[in-house]
Design a protein around this ligand. Structure first.
Ligand SMILES: Cc1cc2nc3c(=O)[nH]c(=O)nc-3n(C[C@H](O)[C@H](O)[C@H](O)COP(=O)(O)O)c2cc1C
Length: 367
């Protein structure tokens, strides 16, 4: 058996293999409500052969959505739509389904599809909030710094959204603590210039993400795994360091989190990300795994089955996640497992395209 195809326990949830589909914003929601597109997109990922599919960054408040077109989980209607989506997918796939809950902070109210520019009020935009009154970029609105009452409301919003995600039937919750969104901006000295108990020392900068993780852990049933996507680095001087990320991961483990998904960047436009290099974020996951002892997911330019297998077999990371490779080829996990000598189960209606039945498979995949 290949390492990539071996099961992984996250809490009591058994992932059938180590390949996850990374959360991907679809900018296709209406008032935060999932549309048939979401069922189609996540449904296709759920029959990809992956061991876990994580739904896109989903706002815990209206202002916490990345764009006016992002999913939200703060109304009954949004919860009902996601409940239907999970039930529809469950009717033909047992693949574990997770959801990423987030607050976009000072990067909220982006246009979405059309550009990375801020959405103005006439197209549904709003004033973002953040740790401090510093915009992500000069042409972005100045965020309103959160006061302690705002912070309490945001903790409660995460708890409420996690309860809704649980009721909707998701198997796992991931908190978005990366890419410069709210939790990431509190963690990063580049964005967080507060002088109260939420700014300054690492202990203070971690306070909000850890408060949220703890509150969500307590709200979710113990058998449902909880993870957080975090930055291994901000790719700028004075950003979060890999040592700090390791300390954060250890604190998350102590709270009862089951894994961290290690990404990077998004807190500063001065960043220089080596994002064209295959596996450019693997070393961050590996360092954090070693220093904290928590299970890790690594993501970013994981392109080849053998590359994925090597990452898992050398214990650089417990899991790998793919995003664009899965959009390009929604059966990437099945093809990868086949290339590594496994016989993944095809959904019955696709059975005739499997490697054991279809002679064309070898031609198409050249193996
Ligand atoms: C269309 C698209 C939407 C994305 N949306 C999210 C998101 O909602 N949450 C998140 O943490 N990352 C998001 N990402 C980042 C991916 O999850 C992933 O970390 C990144 O694309 C690198 O992986 P890849 O090289 O396999 O694409 C998105 C990426 C893409 C391409």
């Amino acid at each position: 058996m290949s390492h990539l195809s071996s099961p992984l326990m996250l809490g009591t949830l058994k992932l059938p293999n180590r390949i996850a589909i990374s959360p991907m914003c679809q900018y296709s929601a209406v008032d935060g409500i999932a549309q048939p597109w979401h069922t189609m997109h996540l449904g296709s990922m759920a029959i990809s052969g992956a061991g876990l599919v994580i739904a896109e960054a989903t706002g815990v408040t209206p202002e916490g959505r990345i764009s006016p077109h992002c999913l939200g989980l703060y109304t009954d209607e949004q919860e009902s739509a996601l409940t239907r989506l999970v039930a529809d997918i469950r009717s033909y796939s047992a693949t574990p389904l997770g959801i990423q809950l987030g607050h976009a902070g000072r990067k909220a109210s982006a246009e979405g599809f059309d550009s990375g520019a801020p959405a103005m009020p006439d197209v549904g935009g709003w004033q973002p909030v953040g740790p401090s009154a510093f915009p992500i970029q000069n042409d972005w609105p100045v965020p309103k710094p959160l006061n302690s009452a705002d912070i309490e409301q945001i903790v409660e919003a995460f708890v409420s959204a996690a309860r809704r995600a649980d009721r909707a039937g998701f198997d796992l919750v991931e908190l978005h603590g990366a890419h410069g969104y709210l939790l990431s901006s509190f963690l990063s000295p580049v964005a967080n210039q507060r002088t109260d108990c939420f700014g300054g020392s690492l202990e203070n900068r971690m306070r909000l993400p850890l408060r949220i993780a703890q509150a969500v852990r307590e709200a979710l049933p113990m058998h449902k795994p909880l993870g957080m996507r975090i930055n291994g680095t901000d790719h700028v001087e004075d950003g979060i360091t890999i040592e700090e990320a390791g300390i954060l991961a250890a604190a998350l483990r102590d709270i009862g989190c089951d894994y961290v998904s290690v990404s990077s960047g998004g807190n500063s436009h001065a960043q220089k990300i080596p994002s064209t290099v295959p596996g450019y974020q693997v070393s961050y996951a590996s360092d954090i795994r070693k220093s904290s002892g928590i299970a890790t997911m690594t993501v970013g330019m994981i392109l080849e089955p053998q590359q994925a297998e090597d990452i898992v077999s050398t214990a650089s990371s417990d899991m790998i996640a793919i995003a664009r490779a899965a959009l390009d080829n929604p059966r990437w996990p099945m093809h990868a497992l086949t290339e590594l000598g496994m016989t993944p189960e095809y959904p019955k209606p696709y059975w005739r395209s499997g490697p054991e039945i279809w002679r064309g498979y070898k031609w198409v995949h050249r193996n």
